[in-house]
Write a protein that binds this ligand. Structure first.
Ligand SMILES: NC(=O)c1ccc[n+]([C@@H]2O[C@H](COP(=O)([O-])OP(=O)(O)OC[C@H]3O[C@@H](n4cnc5c(N)ncnc54)[C@H](OP(=O)(O)O)[C@@H]3O)[C@@H](O)[C@H]2O)c1
Length: 377
């Protein structure tokens, strides 16, 4: 395992952090959690050297923290740092923030949270958190020993990121970053800014929710032509770990094999690991992906549940799958299941609830219309 010093905090931890948002299977899958399987995956990762777990109040229908708490019994708590988050829509004053934190501590069966994040903010979210006194609350909870670090996770523009990171004394930031997102959201500029400030950066969606794990034919051809053979997942993580500003790369894993592969990959990566030829390869891979991607949905499910029953991430996943992998829509397993369950985009009434919740700021309503006409015509 590649262990890194987390920026100005000076603490050391694993470069691979386990994301606890996706134990429910692929984005289009069912949303029930297999508790025993999730616990065994978490412990497998820790036994393999992972020291960083990322969860959130809202993940998996508010059950993720409970499962993490159970997994960390029997001495596992002492082996890891836990990151969890405060969602904007669950708090409105100091009393509700205190109640939420206490609930999260109880669910996680711990007396302190290491990294406590304002969840998925952009500038608007940050202004809201300021208006209810969240920064002061976080500082007080640090003094009380209930949290160790004041942090935020981010989905927004680079300009918002620059404003927020300079507007408070942050201990850590979590951003979406991968070889496709160099100019998206905080992007490379945001990563480098955090690095200059000495603020550790935790990466989410390093595989774009799994999309970068499965190379379409035009991308696979580029990988195959390179003299050194690596899996698509290895290329993606290697590219991330090459950046010295990155402290932790989170990945949500659904199978023991994925944990094992990721543990293997993180054994042999580190800052500066990529050669000039490898970096140039990834530039070409990015261009190849962009030429075939329909919509930048990562399947995070923040838009769900749709009040009208549309399986939004499922429809977008099918749309991208059909385009990226030249799949006949009639052979798309995702699409078949969506149609059988009556969760298609034909149910969309354009209410826009999804667009307000989407961290990627996607035009979901138009995207659904377009996707459905291409998938079903
Ligand atoms: N704060 C926020 O706003 C926010 C937003 C999003 C995520 N997060 C956090 O960041 C974490 C990481 O994001 P993410 O889950 O989107 O990570 P990711 O690494 O981009 O995607 C995870 C998915 O990649 C696939 N995968 C992982 N390892 C693999 C392997 N070795 N081989 C093949 N496929 C592999 C799995 O897909 P399949 O399911 O298809 O097998 C898995 O579900 C989340 O779990 C969550 O904790 C935070």
């Amino acid at each position: 395992m590649n262990y890194r010093t987390y920026g100005k905090l000076g603490i050391r931890g694993s470069a691979f952090g386990l994301g606890c948002m996706r134990f429910n299977g692929p984005a289009s899958g069912d949303s029930t959690i297999d508790e025993q399987k999730a616990i065994s995956l978490i412990r497998r990762a820790i036994d393999g050297g992972v020291t960083y777990l990322d969860t959130a109040y809202v993940y998996l229908g508010k059950t993720s923290e409970i499962v993490v708490g159970k997994a960390l019994r029997d001495g596992y708590r002492d082996k890891v740092t836990i990151a969890t988050k405060m969602p904007e829509n669950a708090v409105h004053d100091r009393a509700s923030m205190q109640a939420l934190l206490d609930e999260e501590l109880a669910k996680l069966q711990t007396d302190h949270i290491d990294f406590y994040l304002m969840h998925g903010i952009d500038r608007k979210g940050w202004e809201y958190f300021k208006s209810i006194g969240a920064p002061e609350f976080f500082d007080d909870m640090k003094k009380a020993g209930k949290i160790r670090y004041k942090c935020f996770s981010f989905h927004g523009s680079y300009e918002d990121f620059e404003y927020i990171i300079n507007d408070s004394d942050w201990d850590m930031v979590q951003i979406q970053y991968n070889f496709m997102d160099v100019n998206n959201q905080a992007g490379t500029k945001g990563l480098e800014l955090a690095g200059r400030l000495g603020i550790p950066v935790v990466i989410m969606e390093g595989l774009l929710g799994g999309r970068l794990a499965k190379a379409p034919a035009n991308v696979q051809a580029l990988y195959d032509a390179f003299p050194v053979r690596r899996t698509p997942v290895e290329w993606a993580f290697r590219w991330l770990c090459d950046h010295p500003e990155v402290s932790v790369v989170l990945s949500g894993c659904n199978e023991a094999e994925q944990i094992d592969e990721n543990l293997r990959i993180f054994d042999s990566v580190g800052p500066g690991v990529m050669s000039a030829e490898e970096r140039e390869l990834m530039d070409r891979v990015r261009a190849a992906y962009l030429s075939r991607t329909k919509i930048g949905c990562t399947g995070c499910r923040y838009c769900m549940p749709c009040p009208n029953g549309v399986n939004i991430p499922g429809v977008f996943s099918a749309w991208n799958e059909v385009s990226l992998y030249d799949t006949d829509p009639g052979h798309s397993w995702d699409l078949k299941r969506i149609r059988e369950k009556g969760e298609g985009a034909d149910k969309c009434v354009g209410c826009g609830a999804c667009e307000a919740a989407c961290p990627q700021h996607l035009s979901i309503i138009d995207g659904l219309k377009q996707a459905w006409s291409e998938l079903t015509e």
